[in-house]
Design a binder for this molecule. Structure first.
Ligand SMILES: [Ca+2]
Length: 145
């Protein structure tokens, strides 16, 4: 675990080997692309682990590019410590986008937290053996109050 704490924000730089301990089940390998470090989700859900000293309301931001599945709008749901937080529909774009969620204090626990990112769709790109959905660059948790 190697979180950078800045202004009460927790940043997980996905794709950077120094942050790999934050990622559990559901992630493909670390990659470099578009001048960024990132990793694909290659399952329907993926685990993210992080530590919090004291539960508080946070804004969660996931900076990601999606693998577009024909005729489908990607839907991304978040579970924190087993409790459903919310879901967002992704914009159908090949650019990076930031998905934001409000996570209330009661969703967190003091110490090690487990977040699950759950996707609605994944698909196999041509020439790639994996079934992909989100290419995640950064995950931020920003304290609201
Ligand atoms: Ca990154």
């Amino acid at each position: 675990m190697n979180p950078i704490v800045l202004l009460a924000a927790l940043l997980i730089d996905v794709g950077n080997p120094n942050f790999r301990d934050h990622l559990g089940y559901g992630w493909s390998l670390n990659e470099h692309s578009d001048g960024r470090t990132a990793a694909w989700l290659n399952r329907m859900e993926a685990d993210v682990f992080f530590k919090i000293a004291k539960p508080a309301d946070h804004q969660l931001e996931i900076e990601t590019k999606i693998f577009q599945v024909k005729d489908k709008i990607q839907n991304v749901g978040i579970y924190m410590n087993g409790k459903f937080v919310g879901s967002q529909l992704c914009k159908p774009t090949n650019d990076y986008q930031t998905l934001t969620y409000t996570v209330n204090a009661e969703h967190f626990i003091k110490g090690r937290n487990r977040m699950i990112i759950r996707v609605g769709h994944r698909a196999r790109p041509k020439g790639d053996g994996r079934k992909l959905s989100l290419f995640v660059d950064k995950i931020r948790l920003i304290k609201i109050k």
